[in-house]
Design a binder for this molecule. Structure first.
Ligand SMILES: NC(=O)c1ccc[n+]([C@@H]2O[C@H](COP(=O)([O-])OP(=O)(O)OC[C@H]3O[C@@H](n4cnc5c(N)ncnc54)[C@H](OP(=O)(O)O)[C@@H]3O)[C@@H](O)[C@H]2O)c1
Length: 251
């Protein structure tokens, strides 16, 4: 059996750890070469090593919402590997917690820039540089917080709901040669979500019909499916990955 991503190159943003790194690992294990991004250079370097070094991966440090960084990452990918067939918009931030009526609007603008607007900017650039001519696939990492009210992280949820809508709009615009999908995870055990389960994991996991919280690998498997030809007739969909928790009214 041939590997699903042999000869393909993926750009995965926010991928020095957590869900992004698990996606990179999964894609490399199935034959892809990857460009990963994150703000801090050192952990990014370590992640590149963990992915097998420069033959398989490059790391380009920068802020996800910085257009110059976006250009640099795409140019470096094309130079190193000669293509940019797959794009995973994984960077997402949530620096504030609290009620929306008390929301700091400067923080909100930043969350919107990183979580929603940057997704469009990255796609515009990857489209121009590679996808328009050659086709490919895109996955946006959304959240179950974007599927229903999420008290305390409401604006984050609103930006993820927007991202899900952006996924649909892009899918309509970019077919038939480019597919655009998303994933919407519930709680996945990463640094980002630690506050949601630390010290009470068993109690939180009890709400999940599948009896446990998500692991980055759970998301990576779904993203790999959506990027692959196995999902050749799927576009505009955001796949909920939640261990069943939203069925029980949890999260
Ligand atoms: N974990 C969950 O429960 C969960 C649930 C639903 C959705 N999600 C979504 O999944 C995505 C990944 O989250 P995660 O849980 O894997 O988080 P994580 O473990 O904290 O990893 C975040 C990654 O993104 C990088 N990053 C953070 N801010 C960045 C920025 N402004 N520009 C560029 N890179 C940045 C981090 O490296 P640096 O710090 O060096 O930049 C790191 O590599 C996010 O979009 C998040 O909203 C997570």
């Amino acid at each position: 059996m041939t590997s699903r991503f042999g000869g393909r190159t993926a750009i995965i943003t926010g991928a020095s750890r957590g869900i992004g790194l698990a996606i990179a690992q999964r894609l490399v294990s199935e034959g892809a070469r990857v460009c990963i991004t994150a703000r801090k250079p050192e952990p990014l370097k370590e992640a590149v090593e963990a992915l097998g070094g420069p033959e398989h991966a490059i790391g380009i440090p920068g802020r996800g919402d910085d257009p110059e960084h976006q250009d640099a990452a795409i140019a470096a990918t094309l130079e190193a590997f000669g293509s940019a067939d797959l794009f995973v918009n994984n960077t997402g931030i949530n620096p504030v917690y609290g009620r929306m009526v008390d929301l700091n609007l400067d923080a909100a603008r930043k969350i919107f820039e990183v979580n929603a607007l940057s997704a469009i900017s990255w796609v515009q650039k990857v489209h121009k540089a590679w996808l328009a001519e050659h086709g490919g696939a895109i996955v946006n990492v959304s959240s179950v917080a974007g599927t229903k009210p999420a008290p305390g992280i409401g604006f984050y949820g609103a930006t993820k709901a927007m991202l899900t809508h952006i996924t649909e709009e892009l899918a309509v615009e970019l077919g038939p040669n480019i597919r655009v999908n998303g994933v919407a995870p519930a709680v996945v055990k990463t640094r980002f979500a630690e506050a949601l389960y630390e010290g009470r994991e068993e109690e939180v996991a009890a709400q999940y019909p599948l009896g446990r919280l998500g692991l980055p690998e759970d998301v990576a498997g779904a993203v790999a499916f959506l990027l692959s030809e196995d999902a050749a007739w799927v576009t505009g969909r955001t796949l909920v990955l939640d261990g069943g928790v939203t069925l029980t009214g949890g999260v």
